[in-house]
Design a protein around this ligand. Structure first.
Ligand code: DHB
Length: 398
């Protein structure tokens, strides 16, 4: 097989939010990169993911020519926490003077891809990374294969794995050590429906039947989730059953129903790799960490990783200064663990714990009552509410 060799300054594996945002920021700084992704452009642009952008993420996207996050996205200044039959508004604007934007991840990707191609970014879809070589040298490389079976060797000064939770770059960075890992005994059943919004803001509802999240997409498309078993089969529910499950978990609101045109089951995991960099290879975004979806931190955390790595790569590649890249993991991990904690906390506070074998009914009854105490501690205390508002809208990007 013939091998084509390409040369660039930074080889980026993965055209998700992390890889594309990094390529954009490096390009603006005068640093060339090649971005590859195993998926087709359509697959990248059509995969349904979360929809909430922190204020800082929107500010980063404002710097991208043609970004529609602020203009087409919807600004939300609060959320509702619902439990024990009552709703409680967390007023982000009053508590922290910040907001979030509802703008789906696949729309962010459409904006980033359009801008990249317009600006002449080398961005190749259908190219699968097979191996990362030479982490310890000054000339690491990505070996990849095109959809036509041609072999590519991308030689670079630095390799970034922004290639998601099944990262090919991660084992190069962590060796066999892996990372910190936690699984949860439940998942989310997500739907998209053609209906008007059921409420002005997102509702996070803790009910005896389990958690539900009433989110939105636009004036006529809504996104909703309900807690389900990890092995739930998306095809096993009729539309009537799905509305029934959702409706009983948000007592007090009559959901506006419409045709359900998309359904999926989201697994819950917390993961942080033990190492984020080895020599001239680093991992960012889902390759480095996974959060459970409650609180929508995934893409926002990827954007924060990008900012830390971009600064480190500018210092390394433009000024030959290694200090920031040496500090990269420690700097990024500070925010990663705060976001891990927040995502775990929102998850554990809002979901009903299945009564695990051996725990006995008393344990889950106790937890149920304790959860209500925890929720009251948040909504009845300005300090409690402010922590939620600060974390949800996002800590300042350092
Ligand atoms: C959405 C997803 C989340 O995980 C969340 O916390 C809020 C909104 C969404 O997809 O709309």
């Amino acid at each position: 097989m013939t091998t084509t060799t390409l040369t660039t300054r930074v080889a980026i594996i993965g055209a998700g939010p992390a890889g594309l945002l990094l390529a954009n920021r490096l390009r603006v700084a005068g640093i060339d990169s090649i971005v590859i992704d195993a998926r087709t452009r359509d697959q990248v642009e059509q995969t349904i993911r979360a929809g909430i952008l922190e204020q800082g993420t929107v500010e980063l996207l404002d710097e991208i020519a043609g970004s529609r996050a602020r203009t087409v996205g919807h600004r939300h200044e609060g959320i509702e926490l619902r439990f024990a039959g009552a709703g409680h508004r967390i007023d982000f604007d009053a508590l922290v003077g910040r907001a979030v934007w509802l703008y789906p991840q696949h729309e962010v990707l459409r904006d980033l891809i359009a801008e990249a191609l317009d600006a002449g970014q080398d961005l190749q879809f259908g190219v699968t990374a097979v191996e990362v070589e030479g982490a310890a040298s000054d000339r690491p490389a990505v070996i990849a294969q095109t959809a036509e079976g041609e072999q590519l060797e991308i030689r670079a000064e630095f390799v970034v794995g922004a290639d998601g939770s099944r990262s090919i770059a991660r084992p190069v960075v962590t060796g066999s050590h892996g990372g910190y890992f936690r699984e949860y005994p439940f998942a989310w059943f997500g739907i998209l429906t053609e209906a008007p919004p059921s409420a002005p803001e997102l509702i996070y509802s803790n009910s005896p039947d389990g958690f539900a999240l009433i989110s939105q997409r636009s004036a006529d498309i809504q996104r909703m989730y309900f807690q389900c078993a990890p092995d739930a089969d998306p095809a096993a529910f009729t539309e009537a059953q799905l509305w029934d499950e959702l409706q009983k978990r948000v007592p007090g609101t009559t959901l506006k129903e419409g045709p359900i045109f998309q359904r999926d089951v989201l697994r819950f995991r917390s993961f942080v790799a033990y190492e984020l960099r080895k020599g001239r290879v680093a991992i960012i975004g889902d390759a480095a960490h996974t959060v459970p979806p409650t609180g929508a931190k995934g893409m926002n955390l990827a954007a924060a990783d990008v900012l830390v790595l971009e600064r480190a790569l500018r210092a390394l590649l433009l000024e030959n200064d290694e200090r920031l890249i040496d500090a990269f993991a420690e700097t990024a991990l500070r925010r990663i663990w705060k976001a891990q904690h927040f995502s775990w906390w929102m998850t554990s506070m809002l979901h009903v714990q299945a009564n695990s074998a051996g725990a006995g009914a008393d344990a889950s009854d106790f937890d149920r009552m304790r959860q209500l105490g925890e929720l009251r501690s948040v909504v009845e205390s300005e300090a409690g509410s402010r922590y939620l508002a600060e974390a949800y809208t996002g800590w300042p990007l350092g």
